[in-house]
Design a protein around this ligand. Structure first.
Ligand SMILES: [Zn+2]
Length: 531
């Protein structure tokens, strides 16, 4: 038993040590925070002290050694420092950062005073989370693991993907939450939402080189991973949905009337040209190392560019090198399949395919400045005929409006064309002058959906685009025949577009014009139009 004076001295000694430790710790924490702030500023993240108060209960984040080149930081260098059950900084944050939000925490919510603010998470680091494993490219769904992106309170620490569900519609989700019309705790009820057609599995589903831009198990996610959903209390959503429908297009009624299309009561149902179709809606899920490889760039460069060019919206692209998946805020695609979907992957029957990029003005509203709707209709008609002949017909519709430059840029280009001399010889230059490039559709990721559908060859490709052709062939899918749009389907005012494209190398079975001839192809000027 120690003497009282000895005890006092011992206590004093311990107290001094503790004080020193505390000082060291706070200095260390301050230093780390200062470095963190500078790193974030370098990475383009501006921290507002008004909005951010760090959680003192959690150690300051370790700075990743290569923030700008996250691909260099292996997953194994990110030990989990937070024991399971301990709340990370993520899980104690409110949603608005100004004390007005709903606490998503099991901890008591922060008090609302003039000096104390609730917390907003600018980013996370690998030590702060416990992501569910995902081994992209494993063909066994249970070994591959689910795609988990939800920030719902029960799931936020288990995320293995950056971004959000719904592509660009994630912003509407944000509005619904912000205006308190949607509770983030809402649990989707997927009763009877299962795919309306079976698809796969195909060997490509287990090849990390062949599918990098969508989740091959995305249509089955809630059912494949129901045990994980239940056991781990995490939210796992589908990124693909498959349904069946009828469709009616006026041009196809005309096709029946003119005898080009013959109703069979099955695929083309009646004399109105009504069609039976199976539709697959696909949201993008990017495996970042694979996407980078397709573009011939390193993953760090891709991550940094995505971070910076989205206004710094996804800082985890640079701080969470352990997370390899990204659900980008872009539109997806829809597959329209005519005939039995099983035939798409049957190498013994013919496949007709149109890969179409969105052009709302023409596709929906009938603008005659381009060949988009006529080519789309031609694609549908040929797809139906192929299916009726015992093969398969597929039209894939990508949300890449205006060559993925968007409609505003597109209309600016129209103005520049119509106010100038709308010549085929200057067609691409007009776009390049405004956008800096003539096309941003980058077809490199497009063939993924073909692999997913089990397509191994294309008998008839309704497209003149060299970019689409080359991207598909480079992915090991041969195209046996390329079919240009028939002359009689080309609107007069769209000659400028189609002739410019043919001159630039688009496929044609017809004549390629000389530059001099191209210079003579003019579109309608505005003066011809009654406003
Ligand atoms: Zn168009």
């Amino acid at each position: 038993m120690a003497q009282p004076q000895d005890t006092a001295a011992l206590l004093q000694e311990i107290l001094t040590s503790v004080k020193s430790l505390k000082l060291d710790h706070s200095q260390l924490a301050e230093t780390v925070e200062a470095i963190n702030g500078r790193v974030n500023i370098l990475a383009g993240v501006k921290q507002s002290r008004d909005g951010i108060v760090h959680d003192a209960a959690v150690p300051s984040p370790r700075i990743p050694p290569m923030a700008a080149s996250p691909s260099l930081q292996p997953m194994t260098s990110s030990p989990r420092m937070i024991p399971k059950g301990h709340h990370s900084r993520e899980s104690v944050s409110s949603i608005d950062g100004f004390g007005n939000g709903h606490s998503q925490s099991t901890s008591p919510p922060p008090r609302r005073t003039s000096t104390a603010h609730s917390k907003i998470v600018i980013t996370t680091h690998p030590e702060q989370a416990d992501p569910l494993p995902n081994h992209w490219g494993n063909g066994d769904a249970s070994k591959r693991g689910p795609v988990v992106v939800s920030r719902s309170p029960s799931t936020i620490r288990r995320r293995n993907a950056i971004g959000a569900h719904g592509g660009s519609y994630s912003i509407y989700y944000a509005l619904a939450v912000a205006s308190q019309q949607l509770n983030t705790d809402h649990k989707p009820d997927y009763t009877n939402t299962e795919p309306a057609a079976n698809i796969g599995p195909f060997p490509a589903w287990g090849d990390p080189k062949k599918i990098v831009a969508m989740d091959p198990f995305g249509h089955l996610a809630p059912w494949l991973y129901k045990d994980i959903i239940r056991a781990e209390n995490v939210e796992i959503r589908p990124t693909i949905a498959v349904t069946r429908a009828h469709m009616k297009v006026p041009e196809l009624e005309e096709a029946v009337r003119k005898g080009r299309l013959v109703p069979d009561g099955r695929i083309c149902i009646n004399s109105q040209g009504e069609l039976n179709v199976t539709k697959f809606a696909v949201e993008p899920v990017w495996y970042l190392p694979g996407v980078a490889e397709r573009f011939g760039i390193d993953e760090g460069t891709l991550r940094r560019s995505l971070f910076e060019c989205t206004g710094g919206s996804y800082p985890e692209l640079v701080t969470r090198s352990d997370i390899k998946l990204f659900l980008p805020p872009i539109g997806g695609l829809t597959v329209y399949c005519f005939g039995d979907p099983v035939k798409m992957s049957d190498p013994n029957v013919k496949l007709a395919l149109r890969v179409h990029d969105e052009c709302n003005g023409s596709d929906v509203f009938g603008s005659d400045i381009c060949t988009c709707r006529p080519y789309l209709i031609f694609g549908i008609e040929e797809a139906v005929k192929e299916a009726q002949a015992g093969g398969s017909g597929v039209v894939i519709y990508f949300r890449k409006e205006g060559r993925a430059l968007g409609e505003v840029t597109k209309y600016l280009v129209y103005n520049a064309r119509k106010r100038g001399s709308d010549k085929a010889s200057e067609y691409f230059k007009r776009t390049e002058n405004i956008a800096g490039v003539k096309d941003m559709r980058f077809q490199a990721l497009m063939p993924d959906v073909l692999h997913w559908l089990g397509i191994t060859k294309i008998d008839r490709m309704m497209s003149m685009s060299d970019m689409k052709h080359d991207a598909i062939v480079q992915q090991g899918i041969p195209i046996l025949e390329r079919v240009p749009i028939p002359e009689e389907m080309i609107p007069e005012d769209s000659r400028v577009e189609i002739d410019a494209k043919i001159h630039a190398g688009y496929f044609t079975t017809g004549k390629v014009m000389t530059f001099e001839e191209l210079d003579q192809v003019h579109g309608r000027a505005w003066d011809d139009v009654d406003h």
